[in-house]
Ligand binder design. Structure first.
Ligand code: ZN
Length: 73
């Protein structure tokens, strides 16, 4: 979600990535150009986050559960 300032609406508007027109690199991050619901193209500077801890890859495989099957006598 982006919340650029729209000069036409005179307010900050919440826009989804679907409204994103372009992402331009800047020295500190990116400048997102988004089309507001009113049609105005608003720009939002997105600062690059400082180097944080690297997220480990998510492993989606569940381990097999042993001994779950009942044995009939
Ligand atoms: Zn607007």
């Amino acid at each position: 979600m982006f919340d650029p300032w729209c000069p036409t609406c005179a307010a900050r508007v919440l826009l989804t990535a679907r409204r994103l027109l372009a992402l331009e690199p800047t020295p500190t991050g990116h400048r997102a150009r988004l089309r507001c619901w009113c049609g105005t193209v608003a720009a939002l500077d997105v600062e690059r986050l400082a180097a944080g801890p690297a997220r480990p890859p998510v492993v989606g495989d569940a381990p097999p559960v042993p001994g779950a099957s009942p044995t009939a006598a």
